[in-house]
Design a protein around this ligand. Sequence first.
Ligand SMILES: [Zn+2]
Length: 128
Amino acid sequence: MQARVLPFPDLKLRAVYIARFEAKTFKNPRGCWLWEGARRNKEGYGAFWYEGAVEYAHRVSVVLFKPKWRRIGLSPDLVVMHLCNNPQCVRPSHLRPGTQSENMIHRVESWGQTYGGSTKRLLPVVAA
Ligand SMILES: [Zn+2]
């Protein structure tokens, strides 16, 4: 299911996708867009029907809203990091595609310091 490159949508369809996507989010006062649609798994990642398959909402957000990734598509080799450390968040400016090792570094930097280096409070690995 996650083994394909997420394609960018047809430009006419894009507006439809974005309207449907935004209707499933709640924009909270802290700036996150919390997913209120279906969930894919117990970690709480959102699910969104996109281009013929169910995909993670935070990954779809990248190709819908970020022009660079719209152009080339989002490779399944890349994880999508939550810069806000909120796995429910699907706001494009809070998301950044990166490698698995970049993701680990981000998590250690943002959580390890806060919690004195404890790894117990790390979020689940961001779904690939
Ligand atoms: Zn956020």
